[in-house]
Design a protein around this ligand. Structure first.
Ligand SMILES: [Zn+2]
Length: 109
C-alpha cells in the first residue's frame, strides 16, 4: 500500500486569526506581516557585512517561529506572534513593546 505524503495546509485552507492583546481575536486581513521577530538591528558602527546580513539574509524556518505583525486595521500595535510555518498554528501573541521591555530588563540596558 502506498503511503500518502503529508501536505502542509495552505493559508487559504486554515483561516488564521490573531488574538491581539489589545483588541481580542481578529481576522488576519486586519494585520500586516512585517518579518522575522528574532532579527536584531546592528550597532550603527557595525561592519558593512553585518548590515548586508541584517538587510538581506533571512532564514526560512520550518516549524515554530517568532514573527512581527502590525495591527494596521486595529490598535496599530506591533505584535510578536509565535506561529508554526508548517501548520499555521499560533501559540502566542504578545505586544512587541512588552518583549522589548523584558529584553532590556534582562540585559540591564
Ligand atoms: Zn489590536
Amino acid at each position: 500500500m502506498k503511503k500518502a505524503w503529508a501536505r502542509s495546509p495552505t493559508c487559504t485552507e486554515v483561516p488564521m486569526r490573531l488574538n491581539c492583546p489589545c483588541c481580542g481575536p481578529r481576522g488576519l486581513e486586519e494585520f500586516i506581516y512585517r518579518g522575522d521577530a528574532t532579527v536584531r538591528r546592528p550597532d550603527p558602527a557595525a561592519s558593512a557585512r553585518e548590515w548586508v546580513d541584517y538587510t538581506y539574509m533571512r532564514d526560512n524556518p520550518d516549524g515554530w517561529h517568532h514573527e512581527l505583525w502590525y495591527h494596521a486595521a486595529g490598535c496599530h500595535c506591533w505584535l510578536v506572534v509565535r506561529r508554526n510555518t508548517r501548520t499555521h498554528e499560533i501559540s502566542g501573541v504578545v505586544r512587541a513593546a512588552d518583549v522589548a521591555r523584558a529584553s532590556a530588563k534582562d540585559t540591564g540596558s
